[in-house]
Design a binder for this molecule. Structure first.
Ligand SMILES: *[C@@H]1O[C@H](CO)[C@@H](O)[C@H](O)[C@H]1NC(C)=O
Ligand SMILES: *[C@@H]1O[C@H](CO)[C@@H](O)[C@H](O)[C@H]1NC(C)=O
Ligand SMILES: *[C@@H]1O[C@H](CO)[C@@H](O)[C@H](O)[C@H]1NC(C)=O
Ligand SMILES: *[C@@H]1O[C@H](CO)[C@@H](O)[C@H](O)[C@H]1NC(C)=O
Ligand SMILES: *[C@@H]1O[C@H](CO)[C@@H](O)[C@H](O)[C@H]1NC(C)=O
Ligand SMILES: *[C@@H]1O[C@H](CO)[C@@H](O)[C@H](O)[C@H]1NC(C)=O
Ligand SMILES: *[C@@H]1O[C@H](CO)[C@@H](O)[C@H](O)[C@H]1NC(C)=O
Ligand SMILES: *[C@@H]1O[C@H](CO)[C@@H](O)[C@H](O)[C@H]1NC(C)=O
Length: 316
């Protein structure tokens, strides 16, 4: 079966010389014919860029990028997702100080996270779906004042989650799910980031006292801390401040959600997962969740009959 080259592989290089910006985007797999095309492309480039990619030649597997990428020091935008890249992320990436957007998701990069500390203009860092490991402390997250999205999902990162991530003045979405992070949070000293809208730390080995400070991040829209080992008794009143919350997943920790105060308001979520939260009854607040589409209350201590109001639509 012949699959069109385009669907296998897209290479585009765009140079906005006016702003001395460059963007690089590669997607697909490195077959021999594609390698030819890629090298041909390189040779047709603005010569100074072509020279910069000098060591990227016939002998190099174009799916294991070498250190010459560090020569593209005007690069602002780089997307290399689903490319089957292997090996460590080149350390010379640290030289790409103009980078604004980096997406290396769904490759087979392995080894440690290089330091992104020098990439002060970075707004989105997307490394999900690789085999990166070790701690994420090589980067001083406080020195990335523009970082809006941090997506490290589905790697093998370990160690603790730097509390400074919760103090970023720019970060809106933090997805560190499906790794091997461990330890707890303790107190977050200093100001909390109130920009955060999405926090997903699910499927890790986090433990200790539940990070109650998340309930102070009032703009939160999505919170998932499921499949960790947090302990706490969480009063329903804790959720009151999170007025913009649309999805909540606290399943499978060591939590006890105390729903004994029945008339407290609850954010109008459309997805609610409170499996294994030691609930003893159907929370009354469900009556008011007019947007609810997805509900998981499995593995709790709820006995007896399902209340008939479950089947009646909310009053408003
Ligand atoms: C090639 O790129 C360099 C650096 O970005 C730029 O100064 C030069 O004008 C470009 N040349 C052409 C022909 O586009
Ligand atoms: C990066 O940010 C600095 C200021 O922090 C700015 O001078 C520079 O132009 C930015 N680079 C790009 C490519 O936006
Ligand atoms: C990371 O993975 C490599 C194998 O890919 C292994 O040799 C190394 O010990 C791992 N490092 C950590 C910190 O787990
Ligand atoms: C991290 O960056 C912040 C802000 O740039 C700085 O104040 C702090 O000293 C740095 N921390 C380390 C350990 O380098
Ligand atoms: C909640 O969302 C609204 C509408 O998007 C926004 O105006 C408001 O600032 C948000 N509240 C908080 C606490 O962020
Ligand atoms: C679970 O929480 C209870 C109290 O809430 C505590 O006594 C127990 O040690 C916790 N278990 C684990 C495995 O953390
Ligand atoms: C579950 O809740 C009951 C009271 O409703 C309490 O006695 C028990 O300790 C709770 N279990 C855990 C693991 O917190
Ligand atoms: C449900 O909404 C009604 C009407 O606004 C309010 O009186 C009641 O307290 C709410 N109940 C809960 C549990 O949120």
């Amino acid at each position: 079966m012949r699959i069109s080259l385009v669907s296998w592989f897209i290479f585009s290089l765009f140079i906005a010389t006016f702003f001395s910006m460059a963007a690089l985007s590669v997607s697909g797999q490195c077959q021999r014919d594609q390698q030819q095309l890629l090298l041909g492309f390189k040779n047709s480039l603005n010569s100074s860029l072509s020279v910069k990619l000098g060591t990227w030649n016939q002998g190099t597997d174009c799916c294991s990028w070498d250190e010459s990428i560090g020569n593209l020091d005007q690069l602002t935008w780089i997307v290399l997702w689903y490319c089957k890249f292997t090996g460590p992320i080149p350390k010379t990436l640290e030289k790409l100080t103009q980078l604004i957007y980096l997406d290396f998701s769904y490759n087979s990069f392995s080894g440690p996270l290089p330091s992104f500390t020098s990439l002060r203009n970075l707004t989105e860092l997307i490394l999900s779906g690789n085999q990166l490991n070790g701690s994420i402390h090589s980067t001083n997250w406080s020195s990335l004042p523009n970082l809006v999205i941090l997506d490290l999902r589905r790697n093998s990162f370990s160690g603790n989650i730097p509390p400074t991530l919760f103090q970023s003045e720019s970060l809106k979405a933090m997805d560190l799910a499906e790794n091997q992070f461990s330890g707890g949070f303790g107190e977050v000293k200093g100001e909390l980031s109130l920009q955060l809208e999405v926090i997903d730390l699910s499927h890790n080995g986090l433990e200790g006292q539940f990070p109650m400070f998340v309930f102070e991040i009032q703009g939160l829209q999505s919170l998932s801390l499921s499949w960790n080992k947090f302990s706490a008794v969480i009063p329903l009143s804790a959720f009151q401040k999170l007025k913009n919350l649309t999805t909540l997943d606290l399943s499978y920790n060591n939590l006890s959600i105390d729903s004994s105060f029945t008339n407290l308001p609850f954010p109008n979520v459309y997805e609610l997962n409170l499996a294994s939260c030691n609930l003893t009854r159907f929370p009354e607040f469900l009556k008011n969740l007019s947007l609810l589409q997805h509900l998981d209350l499995s593995n709790n201590q709820i006995h007896g009959q399902i209340p008939s109001w479950i089947w009646t639509p909310p009053l408003y």
